[in-house]
Design a protein around this ligand. Structure first.
Ligand code: PLP
Length: 370
């Protein structure tokens, strides 16, 4: 078990544009994993049609959006709260549920540790190991939860990122069920971050969650629905838990255009199907090209990104910098607790953009090898 520290995110194209003196449109961002097909065309139309709403406050209850999400999740709107991205809800959860000591699997998304740091809480981690391609150690987690612990050693909650970032590994519903049982026996909270589960919907715990009063599920419209700039995320839980979360979130945190765009995006099942078909095909093609690069290992993934290891002797930080000067932004994972110094995360983008990355990376790695 280890302590975690905070790290940086991908997706800061603004800083890269300033530092490189290059227009944003000339950068290709593999560091944030966003649906490369972009948002549904209905989103653009909905935003234009809603322009008269800009001079009003947004609906603080996100009423219409919660109705749509409730239909999607087959729950009532009282089971749902919308946030300014799921990050706002990740931040609110420890305060809402009085979690002072959180257990996670590492490597994982850094915002869980950041949220605990902000409230002066503690975070502990069980490691997913490289030799097992970072499969989430559910049995190890359950054993740890079931051990008797006292005082500040006692856990108050477990955060499971499913699929996990940056590893791409995902637990089955049966595994999450086992974890939920262990958590329930101990009277802890289980929070499941399903920001990327749209890419493996059969692994979502939402259909099961009604039977688990201490389970909170987080979803995001950032990745699959390609709305990172509008900041829409939501939580699904028992109404009493939703009420606790709502109290920790400032009023009007979810803007008008975010609500309008999310509604339009959720209604477009054709775009969703197209996005899924595209990802299944392009992920396989890109994964094979990455695996063929000399000395590189690529982890299996259930999401729209790959965790990859560079050849021995290469450092992720240095390769990230080299690619950056070519306008290719990738996620250096060398500082992610639980990853090694050769780890990078790459989003699956359009075939043309993926080919460009392969071409530049291939030259870089061959050059170094010779
Ligand atoms: C695993 C995971 N969860 C949650 C988030 C936050 O997403 P958002 O706040 O945009 O909904 C991210 C963003 O990178 C993520 O990778």
């Amino acid at each position: 078990m280890a302590r975690l520290k905070c790290q940086m995110h991908g997706g800061n194209i603004y800083a890269a544009s300033r530092e490189l003196g290059r227009d944003l449109t000339k950068l290709i961002d593999f560091s944030a994993s966003i649906n490369p097909l972009g948002p549904s065309p209905r989103v653009w139309r909905a935003i234009i049609n809603a322009r008269h709403l800009l001079t009003h406050y947004p609906d603080p209850d996100c009423w219409e959006l919660r109705q749509a999400l409730a239909r999607l999740c087959q729950r009532s709107p009282a089971h749902i709260v919308v946030g300014n991205g799921s990050t706002e809800l990740i931040d609110a959860l420890p305060r809402a549920l009085r979690i002072q000591h959180l257990l996670v699997v590492q490597p994982t998304f850094s915002e869980y540790a950041a949220a605990m740091t902000r409230i002066g809480g503690r975070i502990s981690a069980v490691s997913a190991v490289r030799a097992e391609q970072y499969v989430q150690p559910i049995d190890g987690l359950c054993r740890l939860i079931e051990q008797k612990r006292n005082g500040s050693d006692a856990f108050h909650g477990v955060m499971l990122c499913n699929p996990n970032s940056p590893s791409g590994q995902a637990c089955s519903v049966d595994e999450v069920w086992r974890l939920a049982q262990a958590v329930q026996r101990r009277g802890l909270w289980l929070m499941i971050d399903e920001a990327f589960v749209d890419y493996c919907p059969e692994r979502s715990f939402i259909p099961q969650a009604a039977s688990w009063p201490r389970v909170v599920i987080l979803r995001s419209l950032t990745k699959f629905y390609a709305l990172p700039g509008l900041r829409i995320g939501y939580a699904v839980a028992q109404p009493s838990v939703i009420e606790l979360l709502r109290r920790q979130v400032p009023p009007w945190s979810v803007n008008v255009m975010g609500q309008v765009a999310a509604l339009a995006a959720l209604e477009d099942s054709t775009h969703a199907r197209k996005s899924m078909q595209f990802m299944t095909k392009e992920r396989e093609r890109f994964g094979k090209l990455l695996a063929a690069l000399p000395g590189c290992s690529v982890m299996p993934t259930h999401a729209n990104y790959f965790l990859m290891e560079l050849p021995r002797g290469r450092h992720a930080r240095e390769v990230t910098e080299q690619l950056r000067t070519d306008g290719l932004l990738i996620r250096d994972c060398s500082s992610v607790p639980g990853c090694n110094a050769r780890s990078i995360r790459l989003a699956v983008r359009s075939p043309q953009e993926n080919d460009r990355l392969i071409q530049v990376l291939s030259i870089l790695l061959h050059h170094e090898a010779s």
